[in-house]
Ligand binder design. Structure first.
Ligand code: HEC
Length: 380
């Protein structure tokens, strides 16, 4: 309402956010869980006195560094770029309320990035006890960055009393803070297992291939077992409109969740069969399928979380078309064309009805209804 609109009639901005965000989240959760995975791989190598497993850990650390530090960072900045263009009012409201949360997150990012580089480049160049401590420093700061962003994005779905009082701590520790933190932690660990399958599958040494596949299998199984109750807990704290949408009221959420469920079942089968029972079956193609499953699980979760707060971008506070809930009555009586900035047709006449309608569509409806068919179906 107070900002010009970046009009993409075919795709809509929400689709761009989803595309970048899901890829980013897939990598950023790996950045958290993968840190813990590296620590335990290294411990396994040290405990079994196996140079081959230590070599595997180092190779995996290199892959980890490239994926999280390059792709993860670029897509992370990409999200900021896109949300600021697609929903400037929403981004501004969050920044004005939670800037210190983000500032703290960036502090932990910096520690995380430094620790990751030290971990990789000092592998076997420092004593293993200190090296493992660097690994823990990495993992703990990465997990705290998850904790911090979890508080901020949680408020968008379950604002609780924050919707009224706008108090930082009320918003940060919103009703879904704890279940979402647990759920995301398990998902992060699960995704680390999927990446573990991938690295194992690309290992030519058969012994290491089998050992690390089985290790990743047990890892992924433990994460799946933890993710189920925390997912149910998460669902139970949602406010009624969101819960109804998730539980079947919205046909698109039902469709997206179905894909998520297929991915969970497939990943469970891969984990039990090609992970734990017959690690030799963790072929390159199988490990790629487990990566796709991980992406689908993350994708359907994030999609559902974003879609469950509709019609709001910040639940109970701001609608998806950037109109504040508290401004509704005023806008209804004064008229949107007269109140919004960046409008050309302020007065209605017979000659400008269509043009004014087009402007109203772009401002009020386009955030949810695009003109392209396929994507309209997806984003509805
Ligand atoms: C916050 C998102 C959002 C906004 C903004 C929005 N809509 Fe919708 N609209 C939806 C959703 C979601 C549905 C599907 C509802 C359902 O199926 O229960 C829908 C359905 C519709 C339908 C029915 C379509 C059908 O095939 O049954 C029409 C017509 C419609 N919207 C028009 C508009 C107009 C006109 C505007 C702007 C003034 C607008 N919408 C703004 C989300 C939105």
């Amino acid at each position: 309402m107070n900002y010009p609109i970046w009009y993409l009639p075919e795709t809509g901005g929400g689709f761009l956010i989803a595309l970048i965000a899901i890829l980013h989240v897939f990598v950023s959760h790996f950045a958290v869980g993968g840190g813990l995975y590296l620590i335990y791989c290294e411990k396994k190598g040290l405990a079994e006195n196996s140079q081959k497993i230590l070599d595997f850990t180092k190779r995996h650390a290199r892959f980890f560094l490239l994926v999280t530090m390059v792709f993860g960072s670029i897509t992370g900045v990409g999200i900021w770029f896109i949300i600021a263009l697609v929903s400037p009012a929403g981004a501004s409201l969050l920044v004005h309320n939670f800037v210190f949360g983000w500032a703290a997150e960036w502090v932990f990012f910096t520690v995380e990035i430094a620790a990751a580089f030290v971990y990789y480049y000092m592998f076997e160049k420092m004593d293993s006890k200190t090296h493992l401590q660097v690994g823990w420093l990495y993992f703990i700061s990465a997990w705290i960055s998850l904790l911090l962003i979890n508080g901020i994005i949680g408020v968008m779905l379950t604002p609780g009393a924050w919707a009224e009082n706008h108090n930082f701590w009320t918003g940060f520790f919103n009703p879904s803070f704890w279940p979402s933190l647990f759920f995301r932690t398990f998902i992060a660990i699960l995704i680390a297992g999927c990446y573990g399958y991938l690295s194992s599958a690309f290992t030519s040494d058969r012994e290491v291939h089998a050992a690390m596949t089985r290790f990743s299998g047990k890892w992924a199984l433990a994460a799946l077992i933890g993710a189920v109750p925390s997912g149910i807990w998460y669902l139970s704290v949602l406010p009624v409109p969101a819960k109804d949408l998730v539980m079947g009221k919205s046909p698109t959420i039902a469709w997206v969740l179905q894909w998520g469920l297929v991915a969970v079942i497939l990943l469970l089968i891969i984990t039990l069969v090609a992970g734990i029972l017959r690690p030799a079956w963790n072929l390159k193609a199988v490990s790629m399928v487990s990566m796709v499953c991980g992406l689908l699980i993350i994708g359907s979760f994030e999609w559902t979380r974003e879609a469950a707060r509709r019609p709001y971008v910040i639940n109970e506070v701001m609608y998806s078309n950037s109109i504040l809930k508290k401004d509704m009555d005023r806008l209804n009586s004064d008229g949107y064309l007269k109140s919004a900035l960046w409008i050309r047709n302020r007065e209605l006449s017979d000659s400008n009805r269509v043009e004014a309608g087009r402007e109203l569509y772009i401002h009020q409806c386009y955030p949810c209804h695009t003109l392209g068919e396929v994507i309209t179906i997806l984003s509805n």
